[in-house]
Design a protein around this ligand. Structure first.
Ligand code: NAD
Ligand code: DAU
Length: 354
């Protein structure tokens, strides 16, 4: 069994769904079900005997200790986090709590559990920490991409808390010998992403006839990776990564935000022509910039390719095409996860286990 934290969120849920499609090894899924966690995403595995879902907080050491002792996982795959940069600017406290304090609590529980294992199980145990390229700060147009040795320079409260968690993970390997692995990945896109992030927001707003907000001049650059490719990279790192090592994960797809938004509009123009004619591009609106907005991220993913043989399967064009189609086919998911009714249903039916 593996313990996945944050497995009801965007990447975590994609990881769990892919894992259970490819393997019989059970997943214990611990998720607090914040606004970003959606059980609807996991509906297809609701009855699976290989999936055990627990609503709970990674900061709750007693809960995590008891889950580890009861289920004896061979690995922890840690996605749980507050993940949205704009929210971190307006309210950083939850980010410090979950991303720093929560990762610390999880590391402590993992260390206690790991120390009590027999020698063979201790050697085989892994703690895989999923992190972001944002810890490296911002690049100029001519800077080389981020590598595993790029110094940390986080600029937003979100990236500062992720950087803090990366440092704790590093320290637990260096000091206690906990067999940790850390990945720093670029911007993900794909099915089940909460419609606050750029790509799903643009798709949802476009088909609702709303404006498509582009921050600043639209020339900030992100390096996009299809979520299924990220999940494949994580499986390879978990099985073959060297304990204590870090791996950068990216899609070699640097795009300006305005290019991304225009491409989404063009795909929508073909897949669902705008009522009354014209292009969705007409809905684009340049708006006030994000405070401290990092200009460019770009990942050098040569290490994971060279050492572990991972390469993305999707191009930006194929991945974005699939993604736009998924959102058109699953409008009900978007409406539901963003609705107050769904939140009320979660609170009534999924009391937190404490
Ligand atoms: P998300 O916001 O979609 O999901 C986060 C999940 O964590 C949610 O299900 C939420 O309920 C859960 N969670 C939050 N606080 C919790 C807590 N205290 N205890 C238990 N569960 C809690 O995030 P995502 O986009 O899927 O990102 C997952 C991880 O990958 C994060 O660590 C993020 O930093 C990292 N990452 C994301 C991207 C990206 O582009 N989205 C890129 C690189 C790295
Ligand atoms: O780089 C990896 C990171 O990518 C992850 O660590 C984060 O969890 C994830 O949220 C993402 O962060 P970004 O800030 O890059 O993603 P977001 O989708 O919020 O924004 C992408 C770009 O689009 C960014 O330059 C800001 C811009 N943007 C965003 C929104 C929501 C807009 O122009 N308009 C918008 O409405």
């Amino acid at each position: 069994m593996i313990l996945v934290t944050g497995g009801a969120g965007f990447i975590g849920a994609n990881f769990v769904l892919d894992w259970l499609r490819l393997s019989d090894e059970p997943v214990l899924n611990l998720d607090k079900l914040t606004y970003a966690g959606n059980l609807r995403t996991l509906a297809s595995i609701e009855q699976s005997r290989h999936h055990v879902f627990v609503r709970g907080d990674i900061c709750d050491a007693a809960l995590v200790d008891s889950l580890l002792l009861e289920h004896k996982p061979r690995a922890v795959v840690h996605f749980a986090a507050e993940s949205h940069v704009d929210r971190s600017i307006h309210g950083p406290a939850d980010f410090v709590q979950t991303n720093v304090v929560g990762t610390f609590a999880l590391l402590e529980s993992a260390r206690r559990y790991w120390s009590g294992l027999d020698d063979a199980s201790r050697a085989a145990f892994r703690f895989l920490h999923i992190s972001t390229d944002e810890v490296f700060g911002s690049l100029s147009p001519i800077d080389p991409q981020f590598s595993e040795t790029t110094p940390y320079a986080p600029n937003s409260p979100y990236s500062a808390t992720k950087a803090g968690s990366d440092h704790l993970v590093r320290a637990y390997h260096h000091t206690y010998g906990l067999p940790t692995l850390t990945t720093n990945c670029s911007n993900n896109y794909g099915p089940y992403q909460f419609p606050e992030k750029l790509i799903p927001l643009i798709i949802a707003n476009a088909i609702a006839g709303k404006s498509l907000p582009v921050y600043g001049d639209g020339h900030n650059v992100r390096d996009w990776l299809y979520v299924g490719d990220h999940c494949a990279a994580l499986r390879v790192v978990l099985s073959d990564g060297v304990p204590g090592d870090k791996y950068n994960v990216g899609g070699w797809n640097e795009k300006t935000n305005i290019e991304v938004v225009q491409t989404v509009c063009d795909l929508l123009d073909k897949a669902r022509p705008k009522a009354g004619g014209g292009s969705y591009r007409q809905q684009i609106a340049f708006v006030k910039d994000r405070p401290g907005h990092d200009r460019r991220y770009a990942i050098d993913a040569r290490k994971i390719e060279r050492e572990l043989g991972w390469k993305p399967a999707e191009t930006f064009e194929t991945g974005l095409g699939k993604t736009v189609q998924w959102y058109l086919d699953n409008e009900a998911w978007v409406t539901e996860v963003a609705s107050g009714e769904y939140r009320k249903w979660v609170e009534t039916n999924y009391a937190a286990r404490a």
